[in-house]
Write a protein that binds this ligand. Structure first.
Ligand SMILES: [Zn+2]
Length: 381
């Protein structure tokens, strides 16, 4: 998905959010009605979800159970990773199949901030990072990025526009860290850094690249002393390498989905939102490929849909978040062999065209009541 650096920015921009959200209350019945309109059999559909393990994802799961009449199969891992080795068991549990993948991001409706979620059940009902798993992965990269922003400095050397680059960012070879695309910052880079103009105790001074001067404008260089490059260090100027070293390959999957787009994630307005979108882009592509190759999924009515859950923090007195869903893409496969991929706008249009009323939805309270009134069944050992 993100194998070509030059296309990452445009891939991330293609994920539209504004004007593309559906409330879960209307999204799930629309999804159910869409399945019926495509010939899926009512009462024979096994829904499945690949959501993060966060408790904020519970409300969407309850709505899926209510509208599909079946508790969804668990196809997901923390962070919104699809367990692609679970297609077989999912396929075994229903005639027609629905798989919904969503990465998620918290949202504070008061401050308008993305990446936070109010934990109503904590002592002080404090807000914390959401998605916390993605946040923990981002932390190491944020530190590296903050160091580079501060330790690449703009200065004049003997009247010429120059950059001072910290040794840590030049050191080679390095197993991990933030790596600069020197040609964007330094003049006369040909296969390697040129001879420095001068050397300081913690870094080398080089002539600034023409492209950098053009991008920033000469006024960014102070007349005396030096200033950090800060926000002027653009996503195009660097990349990362990191040794994750997780024992669980599915934990590695989340980080490997995020490492290539990481410079764009960190330089975006809402890093946790951008990271969740990047993960959904990567997971749709990876999961689609795994489904079409999986024998257990063949010749089935199947709908795989990926998107983003925006968890609007609950206010005191509210039991659940007001979760919104932003669809990204869908893969539709029919038992007769028909196949179709729906891109974001088309997918939203398809869902919006369906009714949000579902007379077949179950009354969960009544269902639970009915089960508790059943005659006890003895388990014989
Ligand atoms: Zn999460």
């Amino acid at each position: 998905m993100f194998s070509h650096r030059s296309s990452i920015d445009s891939a991330l921009r293609s994920f539209k959010i504004d004007g593309h959200m559906l409330c879960y209350n209307s999204f799930v019945p629309r999804l159910y009605n869409w399945c019926l309109s495509m010939g899926f059999s009512p009462g024979r559909i096994m829904p499945s979800r690949a959501f993060c393990s966060d408790e904020s994802q519970g409300f969407p799961i309850i709505l899926i159970a209510k509208h599909f009449g079946a508790f969804p199969f668990n196809h997901g891992r923390v962070g919104g990773i699809v367990s692609v080795d679970r297609h077989g068991p999912h396929a075994d549990h229903g005639k027609d199949l629905v798989l919904l993948q969503a990465s998620h991001v918290g949202y504070d409706p008061v401050s308008g901030e993305f990446g936070v979620y109010r934990r109503l059940f904590t002592d002080q009902a404090h807000s914390s990072c959401s998605c916390g798993k993605i946040g923990r992965i981002l932390a190491w990269y944020k530190t590296e990025y903050a160091y580079a922003r501060e330790n690449i400095r703009l200065l004049r050397h003997e009247g010429r526009l120059a950059v001072l680059i910290d040794y840590q960012l030049i050191a080679s070879p390095r197993a991990q860290g933030l790596f600069l695309l020197f040609e964007n910052l330094v003049r006369d880079v040909e296969g390697g850094l040129p001879r420095p103009l001068s050397t300081r105790s913690t870094g080398h001074i080089f002539l600034a690249a023409e492209a950098l001067i053009e991008r920033l404008g000469e006024a960014e260089w102070p007349q005396s002393g030096s200033v950090p490059i800060g926000d002027n260090l653009a996503a195009d100027d660097f990349y990362f390498q990191h040794k994750g070293g997780y024992l669980d390959p599915l934990q590695d999957q989340l980080e490997s989905n995020l490492i290539a787009p990481m410079p764009w994630i960190l330089t975006s307005k809402h890093p946790l939102l951008t990271a969740a979108c990047a993960n959904t882009l990567a997971e749709f592509d990876r999961t689609y490929r795994s489904i079409v190759q999986d024998a257990s999924m063949r010749d089935r009515n199947l709908l795989f849909l990926a998107g983003l859950n925006i968890d609007i923090s609950p206010q005191p007195g509210e039991d659940f978040p007001l979760t919104k869903f932003v669809p990204w893409a869908a893969y539709l496969q029919r038992a007769d062999g028909g196949r179709e991929i729906l891109e974001q706008d088309e997918l939203l249009e398809r869902l919006s065209a369906e009714s949000s009323s579902n007379p077949a939805q179950i009354n969960l309270e009544q269902s639970i009541e009915a089960m508790s009134n059943k005659r006890e069944v003895a388990v014989r050992i």
